[in-house]
Design a protein around this ligand. Structure first.
Ligand code: FES
Ligand code: FE2
Length: 414
């Protein structure tokens, strides 16, 4: 078994990527943001949430997409279909649903009480005879194209998507097909707005190079050690527009001193040999697309789906990061850590303790992401440099450049 410090892999070049410095203007130029709005976010398939968020008929959640100046209602309709709609009334275009989630048979616009069923049809208009030439059949909520992959709900904001979800996901979907996600119905959610470009925020969660520098006490002992002081990745793969990386686990990593309370992501039941403490096999560590080199020093995988979604997986659990631009220089970050619901007071406390730990690390990230953005905006540095450990950042930026230049999604994918 080759380990990173013994035999540093040529990840970037073997993935066919450039090794040049990259332009800062991609993070700061308002014109670039406009291009990304039209050519990336209005064209790519965007992951909106898991189906377990809407298990019953009538369940819905609302996804704000500030960059496209809209919000989308994702519903589990009365007929069992998952549908998505622009959250805009046909009467005078007010916002219809102001809750972020719930269960309802009717979406009622509060301005004049036009109401829609959860399949999006206009069902009631107060004082209907007072209107002129109103065709109720044409006044439903405007549909947004929705498609499912492995329990993940994707939406596409183009009036007609240029490529199917399957074409868009391409080899990434093949690599990660058939994962049995543990506890997909219960997530701890962290959310905040960062004063930084969405790519800068996403990049932070896709490289481990910064860990020993800014998280020496929280994540450092897990991801770095004498054998791999700079947390070089074990492996990386590019899959069309998407990308994956396996991060290294310090074999000397001990649970935190107070781990009797907090079981950390990678230490509870951790074994990369495929068996858990209870002797059961672990379908996550056996999956061919997870820790694909089957390294015995594996911590977790980052799977970065273009453009703005990370699916991260360790031997014990999975968690996601979403990055939703609100302007060229601000981003809503939403992380979901999937746990089983606490069954005991002890587990409840473990979750709270985990939340405190993860919040500490996020604050360490937050300060650096925002100060990096300020530095970029100073104009002092026209270029930035990515190393081997930052291969996902580089591939992400290369894809942004490619999609920004391509006149069709199909061109961008080839
Ligand atoms: S704008 Fe929705 S009912 Fe009038
Ligand atoms: Fe970090």
């Amino acid at each position: 078994m080759n380990h990173p410090t013994e035999h540093p892999a040529q990840l970037t070049e073997s993935a066919g990527l450039d090794t040049e410095a990259m332009p800062v203007s991609l993070y700061t130029d308002p014109a670039q943001y406009e291009i990304e709005r039209e050519r990336i976010f209005r064209r790519a398939w965007l992951m909106a949430g898991r189906v377990e968020r809407i298990p019953n008929r009538g369940d819905f959640f609302v996804k704000d997409i500030a960059m496209l100046k809209t919000s989308v209602i994702v519903t589990h309709s009365e007929d069992g279909e998952i549908r998505a709609f622009h959250n805009v009334c046909a009467h005078r275009a007010n916002i219809v649903e102001h809750r972020s989630s719930g269960n309802t048979k009717r979406f009622v616009c509060r301005y004049h009480s036009w109401s829609y069923n959860n399949s999006g049809d206009l069902s009631h208009v107060p004082d209907e005879p007072g209107f002129f030439h109103l065709n109720k059949k044409k006044c439903g909520l405007t549909p947004v194209t929705v498609a499912l992959w492995e329990g993940w709900v994707f939406i596409n904001m183009a009036p007609t998507p240029e490529v199917s979800l399957k074409e868009f996901l391409g080899p990434m979907a093949d690599a990660l097909a058939g994962i049995e996600y543990p506890n997909p119905d219960h997530a701890l959610v962290l959310r905040g707005e960062f004063r930084a470009n969405w790519k800068a925020v996403a990049e932070n969660f896709s490289e481990a190079y910064h860990i020993s520098s800014i998280h020496p006490k929280t994540l450092g002992p897990i991801y770095a050690g004498p054998l791999n002081p700079f947390s070089r990745p074990i492996s990386a793969n590019v899959y069309g527009a998407h990308r994956s990386m396996s991060t290294w686990l310090n074999p000397a990593a001990a649970p935190f001193a107070n781990a009797k309370v907090a079981q950390w992501l990678f230490t509870a039941d951790h074994s990369v040999t495929g068996t858990r403490k209870d002797g059961q096999t672990n379908p996550l560590v056996e999956h061919k697309g997870i820790n694909p080199t089957k390294s015995d020093r594996w911590a977790s995988d980052v799977n970065w789906f273009f453009p703005n979604w990370h699916l991260q997986i360790s031997a014990n659990q999975f968690w996601t990061h979403e990055f939703w631009p609100t302007s060229a220089t601000s981003t809503i970050w939403e992380a979901r850590f999937y746990f089983r619901k606490a069954q005991t007071v002890r587990e409840r406390l473990q979750h709270e303790h985990f939340t405190s730990h993860i919040t500490d690390t996020m604050l360490e990230d937050l300060g650096n992401i925002e100060s990096m953005q300020r530095g970029m905006e100073s104009g002092a540095k026209p270029f930035i440099h990515f190393n081997e450990s930052e291969i996902l950042c580089r591939h992400g930026l290369e894809q942004v450049i490619k999609w920004s230049a391509a006149t069709t999604a199909r061109d961008a994918l080839t």
